[in-house]
Write a protein that binds this ligand. Structure first.
Ligand code: HEM
Length: 143
């Protein structure tokens, strides 16, 4: 039976960012662009334990799709995200964070999203990247 209250909800409220950006193909493009940058990054590439970046690409894509309201495949396969804990084995200082964000910025820009959606996505990614830092001092920088 149709719920009349739900039917009169403003349409925008039920639309997830996942749907608004075009679903999985858009996340695929985002993450492919991002990993194309990682593949050639002299600071970040050595952090990735696997020779093949394909599985890491898929984990990231499934996580972001789930976060933004798409299918829960990430958690079905990997369990609770616990992203800070999962990043603990990797040295992530300000330089790694900034390099990660540079690749992600380029990837977000490549999608040509409406500005309001792009900034919602970007604000989250930027906050999440700051949250993932686990080494505060940056030996590459000035003492
Ligand atoms: C701040 C800089 C960051 C660095 C240097 C970094 C690096 C890494 C590395 C080396 C891995 C292991 C690759 C693999 O899955 O085999 C990884 C995994 C992952 N990262 Fe990051 N990461 C960063 C930030 C983030 C952020 C901000 C997010 C989410 C918005 C994220 C999401 C993920 C996910 C979902 C995985 C796979 C976790 C799993 O299921 O095992 N990362 N990251």
């Amino acid at each position: 039976m149709v719920n009349p209250a739900a039917e009169s909800e403003p349409r925008g409220e039920a639309v997830t960012l996942f749907d608004a950006v075009g679903g999985e193909p858009t996340f695929r493009k985002l993450v492919d662009e991002f990993y194309a940058g990682i593949a050639t990054d002299p600071l970040l590439r050595p952090l990735y334990p696997e020779e093949d970046l394909g599985p890491a690409n898929e984990r990231m894509r499934l996580f972001l799709m789930q976060y933004w309201g798409g299918p829960n495949t990430y958690s079905a396969q990997r369990g609770h995200p616990r992203l800070r804990m999962r990043h603990a084995p990797f040295r992530i200082g300000p330089a790694e964070r900034d390099a990660w964000l540079r690749h992600m910025r380029r990837a977000v820009d490549s999608l040509d999203l409406p500005p309001a959606i792009a900034s919602e996505l970007w604000n989250y990614l930027e906050r999440a990247a700051y949250f993932m830092v686990n080494v505060m001092e940056d030996p590459a920088g000035p003492a």
